[in-house]
Ligand binder design. Sequence first.
Ligand code: 0WE
Length: 260
Amino acid sequence: MSSHLPLHGKTGVIFGVANKRSIAWAIAQAWHQAGAKLIFNYQGERVKDNVEELVATFGADTPIFPCDVSSDTEIERFFGEVRQITDRVDLLLHSVAFAPREALTGEFINTSRQAYAVAHDVSAYSLVGLTRAVLPFMEKNGGSIVAMSYLGAARVVPHYNVMGVAKASLEASVRYLAYDLGTKKIRVNAISAGPVNTLAARGIGGFTEMLKYYETHAPLRRNVELEELGATGLFLVSDGAAAITGQTIYVDSGFSVMAM
Ligand code: 0WE
């Protein structure tokens, strides 16, 4: 029997799986293995088949619906589909970010108004939109919301540029949402992950060098493993984290404590 599993009887919604290397997939696996039932989004036809195949490993009937988080209509439609399945959601993962590629090269000062707006819309506002949409499903029993961030929110990481400003907004949004929802027993936290070789990192100039830099400079002298992000994602939604909200937890081999 599985009734001893920490997330037995809980339902989670996962935003941001693109492929098997996705951080969202690592956290989904941790939540699934802990006994949660999961519902997934996918973003765009490009990843649809891939994500459908992945989530089917949790059972052929695992719910998956399209949702572009930059659209209020699509968020509304997505949670309309969720409503057909359950009136209770306990867990929400936000693992979604986008800035136009040209904004992640060259200098921050050259960020266009449009690129700045898109980065903040997709990467930061979407947490607010999704949290408001999931709220009716969490009102009765409380819940736990986890978002993904990166050190570029707090420090200058060359070329991370407007994504760093958007992640700063995401982390501040986590704090304000935590305040709004605390009385409803809903916790909101972020994980600030060390760099991981995901689809989102592919083609980013110097990424391999960045992974090498962590291996020589982080206190643990190694990079972060996807399973470790899964484990922290599970911890944050577990009873052991019942008094943790509004926080950004660094899962980065200690890199962020270093100056030199
Ligand atoms: O948050 C991220 C990356 C998110 C991301 C990635 C892309 C690539 C493709 C957002 N938008 C786009 N747009 C695209 O067109 N990370 C934490 C990974 C990352 O990205 C970097 C990094 C790190 C680390 C970009 C520059 C410098 C460091």
